[in-house]
Design a protein around this ligand. Structure first.
Ligand SMILES: *[C@@H]1O[C@H](CO)[C@@H](O)[C@H](O)[C@H]1NC(C)=O
Ligand SMILES: *[C@@H]1O[C@H](CO)[C@@H](O)[C@H](O)[C@H]1NC(C)=O
Ligand SMILES: *[C@@H]1O[C@H](CO)[C@@H](O)[C@H](O)[C@H]1NC(C)=O
Length: 299
């Protein structure tokens, strides 16, 4: 009885959520695998459906998956000539799709994940952490964002795209790099905050574009501050939400690039219909209210 009570007290969250994961760097890259492990360790039911190869920069491309070429999947994670889609031989939650990021998450949402969940659909879509930032004008080209936007707009599943500035592509079975571990912790914090805010997790047709700064200055996840930002400048747009003493949010590039020494994570409200900033102040405010437990203002 005593140990049961202790266990309950130590449980980090109240609720297990069905999560579909993808990225554009490939299913065998360390960032997405470290985040997959963190989500499952936190008690969630995560299923990964990501490209067999690096598909960085392929935006919203979508094409029928094809047989894997003679070189095999990325980092020798599957043999040459493998079928167009496949799973890890011992863990059916880890899936590759030999096509684009959008095709991968689509296959995960409509085929792979429901099969593992007795037909149930994902409740949340998480992409990345991408190897490298996706800020401002990079956003439309990112496959990590493309997959999140497919989930939010086409599949109507709340979606968050994560990207991290530090790091080189690393194989899943190499020693886990420090940046992958830190970015997984930070991404789990944002995910837990959104889950704790209750359903619907995000307003319809929106996604979050989250960027983590370099880990060279800050290596303790508790040192990072979360700043609410815009993807692009709002020169001609209506006033933003009244937040941090202003009605114009800072851009994510100004926060990540020019205040990079301050360990600031940027969170932008994304419009899934065109990959720009949500310009509706009322919708921005709904999202701010969900993220309030972790948001800070710039000094
Ligand atoms: C994928 O390719 C891009 C260039 O197209 C490169 O910058 C990136 O590091 C590669 N990522 C992986 C995981 O190999
Ligand atoms: C498949 O899963 C097993 C068990 O989790 C792991 O040891 C192995 O490295 C994985 N391989 C790939 C390519 O995911
Ligand atoms: C999440 O981030 C907030 C704000 O920085 C911090 O206070 C909190 O400890 C973090 N939680 C976890 C579980 O890391």
């Amino acid at each position: 009885m005593y140990s049961l009570l202790l266990l309950a007290a130590a449980a980090p969250f109240a609720q297990a959520v069905r999560i579909i994961q993808s990225n554009d760097d490939g299913w065998a890259e360390a960032n997405v695998r470290t985040f997959f492990n963190a989500l499952n360790a936190a008690g969630h039911e995560a299923v990964l459906s990501a490209p067999a190869e690096n598909q960085s920069g392929t935006g919203s491309s979508d094409a029928t998956p094809t047989t894997v070429g003679s070189d095999g999947c990325q980092f020798d994670s599957c043999p040459g000539g493998s079928p167009p889609t496949g799973a890890n031989a011992t863990d059916p939650r880890l899936n590759y799709v030999n096509s684009f990021p959008v095709t991968s998450i689509k296959n995960g949402i409509s085929v792979t994940a429901p099969k593992l969940w007795n037909g149930a659909a994902p409740e949340l879509a998480l992409t990345g952490p991408n190897v490298g930032s996706n800020i401002g004008i990079q956003v439309p080209f990112s496959g990590t964002v493309g997959a999140a936007v497919y989930a939010a707009e086409t599949a109507q599943i709340p979606a968050i795209a994560f990207s991290g500035q530090t790091g080189d592509p690393t194989a899943w079975n190499a020693e886990t790099p420090l940046h992958s571990q830190i970015y997984a912790d930070l991404a789990l914090n944002v995910t837990t905050t959104i889950i704790n805010s209750g359903k619907p997790y995000l307003p319809p047709n929106t996604f979050l574009n989250v960027n983590f700064p370099s880990v060279s200055q800050c290596s303790d996840p508790s040192q990072f501050k979360y700043i609410f930002t815009r993807i692009n400048l709002g020169l001609f747009s209506a006033a933003d939400a009244d937040w941090c003493g202003s009605t114009r949010l800072p851009t994510e590039s100004s926060v990540i690039l020019f205040k990079g020494s301050g360990c600031y994570v940027t969170i932008s409200p994304g419009d899934a219909t065109d990959k720009t900033t949500v310009n509706d102040a009322a919708v921005q405010t709904q999202i701010i209210n969900k993220l309030k437990p972790i948001l800070s203002c710039l000094p």
